[in-house]
Design a protein. Structure first.
Ligand SMILES: [Zn+2]
Length: 338
């Protein structure tokens, strides 16, 4: 099939168009959440632009609200310059904070091993250092967008014509973590040491509305044991757009699961103050009867509800990829509209 064949593009655009039912209530999920809870809510925090000051304020709020979430770290400083700044566990005050958060019940997770591209030896060293610091291998991981050892990243997130189209948009395939024999390959390390890796994000706060299969295995991406998806709130602007009292009400009514992907370092805490809308929304969420556990705890529970580990079918893969492309298109349109 031609990479730019009209039919599949038409499918994507159809999914992107707002339908009258897109904000309609879905039927409540049949999941019986632990401890009689009505829904699940957690956050996977990308470590970019974290500081001791902003993390102390944000995680203090979450802790006081009874929430335990997942925070990624870079265990080692790289020998080169950072593409995007952020602290590493080689900074003692930051490491002390991470260890304190872990003791308090937050999950520490990995965002590749440092802030720039790492070859296999550096990745190996970063995994070993993570284990030394936190006492176990990371249960969860998300690729850092600019690191070329990204595993199934860039166009390799997609399949078939979608991959070809994305390859043109991204001007080729730069990411090599899954390519055996490449100096950046670390797929076998991921397979051996990481349980869950993040791929797609969507704007719907109820992550299960787009990916009811999660966690799932994709036979086309065998170095990852299980994939998970997330709801997009990449920075404070997106958080305010997608995590509102209205979407929280809908999430609770659906008995759903919000697994939010964000960067708490991106403007949630400015000039020594937490964003008041963020605080208000989190307090609103906490008033409800939610299950507020870290990402790997939540994914372990979802996996336990499956009769067998879920293997993604070709049709399911196509649906996830189409929806993701549609959401990306919606982001672009939103930015143009802004
Ligand atoms: Zn990142």
């Amino acid at each position: 099939m031609n990479a730019f064949s009209v039919a599949p593009l038409g499918n994507v655009l159809n999914e992107a168009l707002p339908s009258p039912s897109s904000m309609a209530q879905r039927a409540p999920s049949s999941i019986q959440w632990p401890d009689g809870k009505d829904f699940a809510f957690t956050v996977f925090d990308d470590t970019e632009r974290a500081t001791v000051e902003n993390n102390r304020a944000i995680y203090g709020l979450l802790r006081d609200l009874g929430m335990r979430t997942t925070k990624t770290v870079w265990p080692i400083a790289g020998p080169g310059e950072a593409d995007i700044p952020g602290p590493t566990c080689e900074e003692q005050d930051y490491l002390d904070l991470c260890l304190q958060l872990q003791r308090e019940g937050f999950e520490m997770s990995l965002h590749n091993v440092t802030y720039h591209t790492s070859d296999r030896a550096l990745t190996q060293r970063g995994f070993d250092r993570f284990k030394e610091l936190f006492g176990h291998d990371p249960h969860t991981l998300a690729n850092h967008s600019t690191n070329r050892e990204g595993l199934y990243w860039g166009p390799a997130r997609l399949s078939g014509w979608r991959r070809q189209m994305y390859k043109v948009l991204q001007r080729g395939e730069r990411f090599k973590g899954h390519v055996e024999g490449d100096p950046l390959f670390w797929g076998d390390i991921c397979k051996e040491r990481v349980r869950y890796v993040r791929n797609f994000t969507y704007t719907d706060l109820n992550t299960l509305n787009n990916v009811p299969q999660m966690p799932y295995h994709d036979t086309q991406r065998p170095w990852v044991n299980q994939w998970f998806a997330a709801s997009d709130a990449a920075e404070i602007g997106a958080f305010k757009r997608y995590v509102t009292r209205q979407t929280v009400d809908k999430l609770v009514a659906e008995r759903g699961c919000a697994l939010i992907y964000t960067h708490f370092g991106k403007y949630f805490h400015v000039d020594g103050k937490l964003d008041p809308t963020f605080v208000d929304t989190m307090e609103y969420v906490a008033k409800h009867n939610g299950w507020f556990v870290p990402v790997s705890t939540l994914l372990d529970f979802l996996a336990s509800q499956q009769p067998a580990p879920h293997i993604l079918t070709d049709a399911e893969r196509a649906t996830l990829e189409n929806r993701w492309l549609a959401d990306q298109l919606a982001h672009v349109l939103h930015r143009l509209h802004d």
